[in-house]
Design a protein around this ligand. Structure first.
Ligand code: SF4
Ligand code: SF4
Length: 368
């Protein structure tokens, strides 16, 4: 019996029980799923959201309830598909610096089979990148069209460094109402961009964004255009300038932090911030696995070296992996705070980029 008095955690537990009760009764919660999932994937400023949730217990309860409602144990809500592992940049904080795993483009039949399986589970979200630049995929336009033709309600997230966005691709992205295109930017200064990414031509990216904004207006496209500013110690002084620029351009801003790619990159920003933060389960094992360009199903978009390979799309289905024993075990490790039992997760700091989605009672009893 849960008592509705005492600590905020007790209150959270009480709401969880209520939630589970209504969920089993087939409540309206499922209707909120698709919109909430976009919200969760697109925190405008993660730190701000974390602070608001941290200081407002009631909001935290609703955030957790909403997050729980989004979890689909039959099939993931969001799938990262690595359309290509090729990239035109050389960012200092990318795991590509650590190891040169073989690069290649995804076979289009393999791509179609992933989308076909996902479509049989209803509306899903697709991110078309992992460790590469998706605009280098020769069939990126066909890939977008294939997803939207399969189900016009599928959501597509396209994250790009923006250098290769020509007029043709921009029009096709807008014409197909890709839900969200994110331009990842590391600095507005040429010299700094050169140091951080290997290319100094940031003005080319800004021009491409401007062109896309103008095309969007002309074409009445629904695509949301974002600039993602990747914050690290070297560029944190530019945040205000980036804010003004996005306002002037009429696009949305996502401020995110560079991270340590499961512990292989030394990042100087989050690590400094999270030293005394208590670790909580990462949302990835419940939301968003990734499929590499050569068909391997891996735990998350940070599994750059196939450390937690859960299956191969050429031999199995994502649904069977998602409901499989290994993933259940990995989720249990996270709930039990036994992160060291998963080498991939042991030193990763990505968990801290998203708010905790679990209630105390779930962690205590490994309730999912
Ligand atoms: S961070 Fe992205 S753009 Fe930079 S090198 Fe890595 S994959 Fe390429
Ligand atoms: S902790 Fe890191 S490696 Fe583990 S699932 Fe989360 S993002 Fe992936």
């Amino acid at each position: 019996m849960i008592q509705v008095s005492g600590s905020a955690e007790d209150i959270c537990d009480f709401f969880l029980i209520l939630f589970l009760y209504f969920q089993k009764r087939g409540s309206l919660i499922t209707m909120l799923k698709s919109n909430l999932s976009n919200l969760i994937m697109s925190n405008v400023n993660i730190e701000k959201v974390q602070n608001i949730l941290g200081n407002t217990p009631v909001l935290r309860i609703f955030f957790k309830l909403g997050s729980q409602a989004l979890i689909d144990y039959r099939y993931p809500t969001h799938i990262f598909i690595e359309t290509t592992r090729a990239c035109n940049l050389k960012c200092t904080f990318c795991s590509r610096n650590v190891e040169h795993s073989e690069s290649g483009h995804m076979d289009f039949d393999l791509f179609k089979s992933i989308v076909d399986e996902a479509t049989s589970f209803g509306r899903k979200n697709f991110g078309l990148h992992l460790l590469g630049e998706p605009l280098l995929y020769p069939r990126i336009v066909e890939a977008i069209q294939y997803i939207k033709n399969a189900n016009s309600n599928h959501a597509i997230l396209l994250t790009t460094n923006g250098y290769l966005l020509d007029d043709f691709k921009a029009k096709k992205i807008l014409e197909n109402n890709v839900d969200k295109i994110v331009f990842s930017v590391f600095s507005l200064r040429s010299e700094r961009t050169k140091t951080l990414t290997g290319s100094s031509n940031i003005s080319k990216v800004i021009d491409n964004i401007k062109n896309m904004v103008a095309l969007k207006k002309r074409m009445h496209s629904k695509t949301n255009i974002y600039m993602r500013f990747m914050i690290c110690e070297e560029n944190k002084d530019e945040l205000q300038q980036v804010q003004s620029l996005t306002k002037d351009l009429g696009i949305l801003l996502e401020a995110r932090y560079t991270h340590n790619f499961s512990g292989v990159i030394e990042d100087n920003y989050i690590s400094n911030k999270q030293t005394d933060k208590k670790r909580y389960p990462c949302y990835h094992p419940w939301f968003s696995p990734a499929i590499t360009w050569d068909g391997k199903i891996v735990l998350c978009c940070n599994d750059w070296n196939y450390a937690e390979t859960l299956g191969d799309m050429r031999e199995t289905t994502l649904a069977s992996v998602w409901g499989g024993e290994r993933l259940k075990q990995l989720r249990r490790y996270h709930l039990a705070e036994e992160y060291n039992k998963i080498p991939l997760c042991a030193k990763c700091n990505v968990w801290s980029l998203h708010p905790d989605i679990f209630f105390g009672i779930q962690k205590k009893h490994k309730l999912k």
